[in-house]
Design a protein around this ligand. Structure first.
Ligand code: FE2
Length: 295
């Protein structure tokens, strides 16, 4: 039997459409892109972006940290964000600029990166973009994120260790419930050897898909790394978030809720009840709850 060659879109990002449809939000997979050398990722331009963002949209920490890290004890370096970027080669740090779509140039780039996917995922919404700058060998600890994410490697390399999200020995229902209720994204890694994981090496021009809440940790390669994360939500990711928040609430009242995904009928009943309450609250003029943001 012959296999048809993969079909690629003609755009800033390239991907095998068949593979994309098969794996999106189920499994990690690689795509290609044309961002290496793009002027928006020169360090001088990133420093300019840093100066323009509100302080709470700029996070930077020591990158010489363990895989399991309590965010309350995350070590700081004593450097400013700009100094961190200027000295990124030797300061052993990790910096993220959040919601860079507030800058029109990065917003246009986010749109250009995601537009080829829109025909496959018509319910994409709530678009956000993040720029990561990291020192050689720095570590981003074990964590989960609430968005559908494509991490596009622009400069240097990264090793990403990705764990299954449906293995309770790695990620429990209670951890997911607490996360969606507002707890930290960082979690305890119970398999640092990675026996249950898949390892991806990301090189410039490659991008990796992170399904929603798929646990992972990242180690930088031997050079400075710059990457661009383009993210969005879908109806399925919104529904998943609501179901976990309902279960969190039920557990706090002393009940043992049925895990999300175990009974489609019960999930639908919970979702419909929540949706009805939300509609009634809207009619009564209550403020909507804030969206959960992560990276
Ligand atoms: Fe992440």
């Amino acid at each position: 039997m012959t296999t048809a060659p993969p079909r690629f879109t003609e755009a800033l990002v390239d991907f095998d459409t068949r593979l994309f449809r098969e794996k999106f939000d189920r499994e990690p997979f690689l795509i290609q892109h044309r961002l290496p050398g793009h002027p928006l990722f020169e360090l001088e331009r990133i420093m300019e972006l840093t100066r323009s963002l509100p302080a709470d949209r700029v996070e930077y920490n020591a990158g010489d940290v363990p895989i399991t890290l309590d965010p309350k004890v995350t070590p700081r370096t004593g450097l400013s964000a700009e100094e961190t970027i200027r000295r990124i080669e030797e300061c052993r740090s990790w910096l993220v600029l959040k919601n860079v779509e507030s800058d029109p140039e990065y917003s246009a780039l986010l749109r250009d990166c995601l537009s080829p996917m829109q025909s496959i995922i018509p319910d994409m919404h709530y678009f956000e973009a993040f720029v990561f700058v990291s020192s050689p060998g720095s570590i981003t600890p074990f964590h989960i994120d609430p968005e559908c994410n494509f991490l596009l490697q622009v400069r240097g390399s990264k090793f990403v260790r990705m764990y299954p999200r449906d293995n309770a020995a790695i990620l429990t229902e209670q951890e997911l419930e607490r996360f969606y209720a507002g707890a930290s994204r960082n979690l305890t890694c119970r398999d640092e050897e990675g026996t249950t994981s898949r390892l991806f090496e990301l090189l410039p021009g490659q991008g990796l898909h992170f399904p929603v809440t798929m646990p992972h940790w990242v180690k930088n390669g031997p050079e400075v790394s710059v990457s661009f994360s383009v993210t969005f939500r879908t109806s399925a990711s919104d529904r998943r978030e609501i179901l976990y928040r309902i279960n969190h609430h039920l557990r706090r009242t002393g009940l043992a809720p049925r895990p999300v995904g175990q009974s489609p009928w019960i999930d639908q009943m919970k979702f419909t009840s929540f949706d009805t309450i939300r509609r009634v609250r809207r009619l009564l003029g209550s403020k909507p709850e804030p969206d959960r943001r992560g990276y």
